[in-house]
Design a protein. Structure first.
Length: 679
């Protein structure tokens, strides 16, 4: 694997504050850099702000401030967003910095000296929001820009042209020889057909406004903002020690700007004498959508915010950077569009980080304290059973596959495989039933099981470190391990089983992914402007047999405690159904309640680390308490708690059918572990 890794984000326009779309690209770039760092590469992450051009000049004028002061203020917000998101750029470039201005003028001269810049008159259409030229046939009905759905300007001015047409064949050869140059495949095909259809020379200077880098030796012109902006990737390293990172390994962009990066940018570089050192991959991801539209800061494409704010700062303040980072990379296949929702952040963090990974750690740690003096038990090789080696083999295969997914920029898949690691650990925990081993006094076997489970947590924590660095360190800390520390040349991807040494002193602590109770969750969602719109379930891809227990906390605020049976019930979508958390449970105890003829007080095991739940069920006319003990039941696990008074709070509901004196309980044709999701 390449030992140097240079990744860039677009430099963002300073015409408005950062939103979740910017956070998406920046977090993805940071996670990729951290992943490559974990694999032993020396990495460099560049981000920054794009501050020149007519769009910024107009926006500043609207506010009555000089463009530089306006750019200073907004650029600072983008810069401050990085640490907020847990993003660690090695450099943050601003196009108004002298190093960039001088650099762009240098590369301009190179293109001019190569004979690729000439003067002429440009007559045509221009979208200021895109800062891009348009042709008649691209426009929407009414002459609107297809990206911004706003009227375009008609320009006629003296301008410098870049001989883009000259590079048509060289570009087609580049795409053919290096299919990895534009990814994914669909974008590559679009670019190839765009270039094949013929390239016209490009207007690369403007003379009807002044907010830009002056054209060398022609002060009446400023350099076209895309010629200016694209060179940032080079001016940030050129002439410094960081030039050893050149060329970029991957340049992340969304599909709105892929043409600038995959056509103009390599052509400019070829002209400037850098054709033999072109970026390796322009990787194009999709849009985060709000209400079905691209989240945007350009007026006219205002986000529909019923799914909550799109301000990443507010989201991080309420939910933490790691929850947002995890959601962004896990929720949407990298390369495709996806709907953004705050509720999705909460449910991903709960179901996958809390109930799967955190749960595995907190199920195993108490045994270490109680039976092994707080130290990881030793595992003699000869003590391993088939179940143990099967777990190792499965986890090792998942780690390898997940690494391959990272290498292919398939972060959502890499994370899914990471969660599968923890799921395998939870299944192993259920199957080997350490609580039974403890009860039977089989401490030797118990030690093997617990050590295996803790190793699974270690592996998952390391795999998660590029995405949730802070929480990953917290998991490792409780295992008694140091934070992940990348070292050049050392591949620390957890391909080898057994990194958690016997006798390591664990450090149990507060839950790494604390549960939100229903009230706290409702409060947080309201504070983030989430309105009562039906929200997309994010759990539809969980396997049918996932035995992961659910937390005691109910998650749907203000749901009715006992739905009335209606003759006809309105049709719902699968997503609505998926919001109901149905779990397999086992009744451990049942007792009558004085002066409440119809109610029974049950304790029901849902496989939760927090212990069995109390459920008050209106089934006393149909069942004696004795008949219920040991029964398998179907429990609505995310119903808001219902208070029957006098401390009788029900934390769930059983499913049953029939009249109240002749009820049949919903159950299963064969035993399933408590906590298994019913779908
Ligand atoms: O285009 N979904 O800046 P920009 C996903 N200055 N990503 C999104 C997004 C969304 N809804 N909205 C924005 C520019 N992005 C130029 C770039 S580079 C030399 C010059 C992300 O502020 C995505 O990366 O409009 C997109 O390409 C970029 O922000 C556009 O940012």
């Amino acid at each position: 694997m390449n030992q140097r890794f240079y990744v860039t984000t677009p430099i963002y326009y300073v015409n408005g504050s950062p939103h979740i779309g910017h956070a998406y690209t920046t977090v993805a770039a940071d996670a990729l850099a951290r992943y490559r760092g974990l694999r032993g590469a020396t990495t460099r992450l560049l981000t920054g702000t794009d501050e020149h051009g007519q769009k910024i000049e107009r926006e500043a004028a609207k506010r009555g401030v000089p463009p530089q002061a306006f750019a200073d203020e907004v650029s600072a917000r983008f810069r401050e967003l990085c640490p907020k998101l847990g993003v660690r750029p090695d450099d943050f470039i601003r196009t108004t910095e002298p190093r960039h201005i001088e650099g762009v003028q240098k590369w301009w001269r190179r293109c001019r000296d190569a004979g690729d810049l000439y003067k002429g008159t440009y007559k045509g259409l221009y979208c200021v929001a895109c800062e891009g030229y348009k042709t008649e046939k691209e426009l929407l009905p009414g002459g609107l820009c297809p990206v911004h759905e706003r009227p375009v300007d008609t320009l006629e001015e003296e301008t410098w042209f870049f001989r883009l047409s000259k590079y048509q064949d060289a570009l087609l050869k580049l795409y053919a020889d290096h299919p990895e140059f534009v990814q994914p495949e669909t974008r590559r095909n679009e670019i190839v057909s765009f270039v094949r259809s013929g390239l016209e020379d490009l207007s690369v200077s403007r003379s009807n406004f002044t907010w830009g880098i002056p054209v060398p030796d022609d002060p009446g012109h400023v350099i076209y903002v895309w010629f200016d902006a694209l060179f940032n990737y080079l001016t940030a390293v050129d002439g410094t020690a960081a030039m050893s990172f050149w060329p970029p390994d991957v340049q992340l962009v969304a599909k709105d700007i892929v043409r600038f990066h995959a056509v103009y940018w390599p052509a400019f570089l070829m002209s400037a004498g850098m054709g033999d050192r072109l970026p390796r991959t322009i990787w194009t991801h999709g849009y985060l959508l709000t209400g079905g539209r691209k989240t945007s800061k350009t007026p006219g494409v205002t986000a529909v915010k019923t799914r909550g704010t799109t301000d990443p700062v507010r989201i991080v303040d309420a939910l933490g950077a790691d929850a947002l980072r995890y959601y962004l990379l896990r929720e949407v296949a990298f390369g495709q569009d996806g709907e953004f929702s705050i509720q999705g952040i909460v449910s991903r963090a709960r179901s996958e980080l809390g109930e799967t990974i955190g749960n595995l750690l907190h199920r195993a740690l108490p045994f270490v304290g109680k039976y092994f003096d707080g130290r990881v038990p030793a595992v003699p090789a000869e003590a391993l059973t088939e179940a143990d080696t099967a777990l190792r083999d499965r986890v090792t295969a998942l780690v390898r596959e997940s690494g391959e997914a990272w290498d292919a920029f398939s972060m959502h898949r890499a994370l899914e495989l990471t969660i599968d690691v923890a799921r395998a650990g939870n299944r192993y925990f259920d199957d080997t039933a350490p609580w039974k081993l403890a009860k039977a006094g089989d401490v030797t076997r118990l030690g093997v099981v617990i050590a295996q489970v803790l190793e699974v947590v270690r592996i998952a924590a390391v795999m998660l470190s590029p995405v949730i660095p802070e929480r990953s360190d917290a998991l490792l800390h409780q295992l008694g391990l140091d934070p992940v520390a990348p070292a050049a040349g050392a591949d620390q991807w957890p391909t080898a089983w057994g990194g958690l040494a016997a006798h390591t002193a664990v450090r149990p602590g507060a839950p790494v992914f604390p549960k939100l109770d229903a009230e706290a969750e409702a409060r947080i969602l309201a504070s983030l402007d989430v309105r009562d719109e039906p929200l997309v379930s994010t759990e539809t891809d969980k396997p049918m047999s996932d035995p992961t227990p659910t937390p005691a906390a109910a998650t749907t605020p203000a749901a009715p405690a006992a739905p009335a049976v209606a003759e006809t019930v309105a049709e719902i979508q699968y997503d609505d159904f998926a919001k109901v958390d149905l779990r397999a449970g086992r009744v451990l105890t049942a007792e009558r309640i004085p002066r409440k003829d119809k109610l029974l007080k049950l304790s029901v095991d849902l496989g939760e680390a927090s212990g069995p739940r109390q459920i008050i069920a209106g089934i006393a006319l149909s069942f004696t308490p004795e008949a219920l003990v040991g029964a398998q039941v179907v429990v609505v696990a995310n119903l808001a708690p219902r208070d029957f008074g006098k401390g009788l709070v029900s934390h769930g509901m059983l499913l049953a059918a029939g009249p109240s004196d002749g009820l049949a309980l919903g159950t299963f044709a064969r035993d399933v572990p408590p906590g298994t999701r019913v779908k």
